[in-house]
Design a protein around this ligand. Structure first.
Ligand SMILES: *Cc1c(COP(=O)(O)O)cnc(C)c1O
Length: 389
């Protein structure tokens, strides 16, 4: 049986007629830059998330870059980021000649550990960027309290978390000063190429980002401030508008798939429950835990990725790939160990949890259209690997 890590074709096939019509409409109009679909998508995202302003942009990475530019991040300013995330979270900081300051992650969620933030704050710290990794909220109560105490801004990297609710029901990306989202095809709401959006409840910041999206230009050819070409394509906006109404049902399917994995892993004797931290005879596989499951809000987790941990991770990957099962490591190298950040002289021993996560975690297929038979095959294959060990 073949189980790809992600298969986008069933989603497209289910919406083919509507999507093709939307794309055709843009092509007929020959209106490719900005225009009505981008404006409507921004409105629809605002009402979906309960945000005041949204500005469609060229990617999740550019969303983060634009957010930091709007907050006037200067060379030498320090920005706190988790060491365990996709590169863009730290890359945008360094591109502005600001200093990314890395913080270790929580052992259960792999999200930034709020208990380890304050020791990294200095007189130069300006912003904290929590990442809502894999599709569940970072501990925003704790992070917002620290930000308030030290007068810092908060930019949420919600690239993997569109539609996620934190424990009080608010959508991530609307809690800090600016929320950043990605429409990369593999995200829960994916376009047909690169795209992203920033959200804010601060009208002034929203207006500033709208101007900076187009080279800081207002009116035409008069440049008030530094900006760039951070525009979202009309074609992407048209596709995303067709997909947005389905986002919640796709995320619900991902949650169901996660429950099915738990059931099969427990039945196979490979795990006793979710959220265990130590390998033992009845937990050869450590299962991810939805920490806000009891919040009562359905989108407590949207499983952009489903991450398990095993001791012999690299051999398991080889084994699964031979069995036609897609899997991946998110992420093999935390930022503090990246060559491009060696100039920061980070102390490796400050990041024990991220180092473990990078060593033993593995992402399994979780996309909405996955069948129970496929999930069973993945779990059976892992059981077969464990038995042979
Ligand atoms: C995908 C992702 C990004 C970047 O988004 P792009 O649209 O690929 O530029 C940033 N941060 C995180 C955590 C991501 O997963």
């Amino acid at each position: 049986m073949k189980v790809p890590l992600l298969d986008l074709k069933p989603q497209y096939n289910a919406l083919k007629k509507e999507i093709d019509e939307a794309v055709q409409r843009v092509i007929e109009s020959q209106y490719f830059i900005m225009g009505p679909d981008v404006a409507k998508l921004e409105e629809e995202i605002c009402s979906y998330l309960g945000a005041k302003k949204a500005v469609g942009v060229s990617s999740g990475t550019d969303a983060l870059l634009l957010a930091l530019m709007a907050l006037d991040i200067q060379p030498g300013d320090e920005v706190i980021v988790p060491t365990y995330s996709f590169f863009a979270t730290a890359g945008v900081v360094a591109r502005l000649n600001a200093v990314p300051v890395f913080v270790d992650c929580d052992p259960i969620t792999f999200n930034i550990d709020p208990k380890k933030i304050e020791e990294k704050i200095s007189a130069k710290t300006k912003v904290i960027i929590p990442v809502h990794l894999y599709g569940q909220s970072a501990d925003m109560d704790a992070i917002m309290a620290i930000a308030k105490k030290h007068n810092l801004k908060v930019v949420e990297d919600a690239a993997q978390a569109i539609g996620v609710q934190c424990k009080d029901g608010r959508f991530v990306g609307t809690i800090g000063d600016i929320g950043c989202f990605s429409f990369f095809p593999s995200k829960n709401l994916g376009g047909f190429g690169d795209g992203g959006i920033v959200t804010t409840n601060d009208e002034t910041l929203g207006e500033k980002m709208r101007i900076q999206r187009v080279h800081g230009m207002e009116p035409k050819y008069y440049h008030k401030m530094m900006g760039g070409n951070f525009r979202l394509d009309a074609l992407q906006a048209a596709v995303l508008r067709v997909k947005l109404p389905h986002l919640d049902s796709w995320s619900a399917k991902r949650r169901e798939n996660a429950e099915t994995y738990t059931k099969y892993f427990v039945e196979a004797g490979l795990a006793s429950e979710t959220g265990k931290l130590i390998f033992d005879a009845s937990n050869k596989v450590l299962l991810p835990k939805a920490v806000y499951r009891d919040s009562g809000f359905k989108n407590h987790h949207i499983y952009n990725q489903y991450i398990i941990r095993v001791e012999k991770r690299n051999s398991l990957i080889d084994f699964l790939r031979k069995k036609d099962i897609g899997c991946e490591i998110y992420y093999p190298v935390p930022f503090h160990r990246q060559e491009c950040f060696s100039y920061l002289n980070c102390r490796d021993e400050d990041y024990p949890i991220s180092n473990c996560a990078a060593h033993d975690s593995i992402a399994l297929p979780i996309y909405p259209e996955l069948s129970n038979e496929q999930i069973k095959y993945v779990v059976d294959s892992i059981a077969e690997f464990m038995k042979a060990e």
